[in-house]
Design a protein around this ligand. Structure first.
Ligand SMILES: NC(=O)c1ccc[n+]([C@@H]2O[C@H](COP(=O)([O-])OP(=O)(O)OC[C@H]3O[C@@H](n4cnc5c(N)ncnc54)[C@H](O)[C@@H]3O)[C@@H](O)[C@H]2O)c1
Length: 319
């Protein structure tokens, strides 16, 4: 049993709220005391079967309820304003990825986190894959040549993600998991150019890019190559994958397994755990310890992953 129970509020009770709520409900460190969604039926459903208070206005919830921690699980364009409101109200913050839809909002969150001294973590759960740890161990001391990644997907089911204006494109919504893990393992990226296409699905009225390709370079000199596409069918079974290629070593990380290849030797590790549960656990421990640095996915790091996408977007626009 933990020594203290954190009182948790949740803003946004859609798809990604379900795993977080399930993690929070099974944690002895947390008690969900309030939930909020602009859709009252979603908030009511999220509160059941507990006695959590139900709100449709996040500001009213922040003002009315005594809470230690607030999760912001709303559409990306709302993260800046809601996250800053949480931090300036003196609560620890967990905000979903991507940190924000633009760098101004991201910087506002970094500043609010620094000013508040609170824990401010981002839903970059790939950092909590066992495969991420294996990759860092296997590549330790080995200079990298190339990080090569891909994410194959379909027409997104969630309407605001499918729309480019609100979802920001797949590189922002999903490719950012790959970019964030790339930075976690291989260090800072200081160059990024990109090309995006509307060539495949425009005739079906698809409101987003069909594919995006980003080329970059790490400060170390290693090259980065990330390709994402929404052009495939639903139930696409291909795993999002990131290859780290060093001096005579290949590490391939997917959400389900990780491979380490060396001359004459291949090792495969399967993920037994759940990275989102690990992320929530680490976040709650950091909140109990009042230690903003005890999480692997800080707002500052997430801001730097977002900056790579923004650089790519600027380059694609110039094309
Ligand atoms: N970490 C991951 O792997 C992962 C996976 C999926 C989604 N996400 C992220 O989670 C966030 C939410 O995505 P989702 O798929 O759950 O979307 P969703 O549309 O299913 O859920 C969002 C919910 O927020 C509510 N909402 C919107 N504006 C609000 C506001 N101002 N105040 C209160 N509630 C509001 C909506 O009514 C909806 O119920 C996004 O940032 C997304 O990128 C992360």
């Amino acid at each position: 049993m933990s020594e203290r129970t954190l009182r948790v509020g949740v803003i946004g009770c859609g798809r990604i709220a379900q795993p977080h709520l399930s993690n929070l409900r099974s944690s002895p460190a947390a008690s969900v005391v309030a939930v909020c969604d602009v859709r009252p039926e979603a908030a009511k459903r999220a509160a059941e079967p507990t006695s959590a208070e139900v709100f449709t206005d996040p500001v009213a919830m922040l003002e009315a309820v005594e809470m230690d921690v607030v999760y912001v699980l709303t559409p990306t364009p709302t993260h800046g304003e809601l996250g800053a409101a949480v931090l300036s109200s003196g609560r620890h913050l967990m905000v979903e990825k991507p940190l924000a839809a633009n760098l101004e909002d991201a910087d506002r969150l970094v500043e609010a986190a620094e000013r508040s001294g609170k824990v401010a973590a981002v839903g970059h759960q790939w950092r909590y894959l066992k495969g991420a740890e294996r990759a860092r161990e296997a590549l330790d001391g080995s200079p990298l040549a190339l990080v090569h990644a891909w994410y194959y997907w379909t027409w997104p089911l969630v309407g605001w993600i499918a729309e480019r204006a609100t979802g920001g494109g797949q590189m922002l919504d999903q490719g950012i998991h790959l970019l964030d893990l790339a930075r976690h393992v291989a260090g800072e990226v200081n160059e990024a150019t990109a090309r995006y296409t509307l060539a495949a699905r425009a005739s079906q009225g698809f409101p987003n890019w069909d594919a995006q390709v980003l080329h970059g370079r790490f400060i170390s000199g290693a090259l980065l190559d990330v390709a994402v596409t929404y052009a495939l069918f639903s139930q696409v079974s291909e795993q999002p994958t990131i290859d780290f290629i060093g001096n005579e070593v290949l590490v391939r990380v997917t959400p389900k397994w990780t491979e380490v290849h060396r001359a004459g030797e291949t090792a495969i590790f399967y993920e037994a755990g759940n990275p989102m549960a690990e992320l929530d656990k680490a976040f709650l421990s950091a909140c109990l310890a009042d230690d903003p640095l005890a999480v692997r996915s800080t707002v500052k790091d997430a801001r730097n992953s977002l900056a790579v996408v923004m650089k790519a977007n600027a380059s694609a626009r110039e094309a």
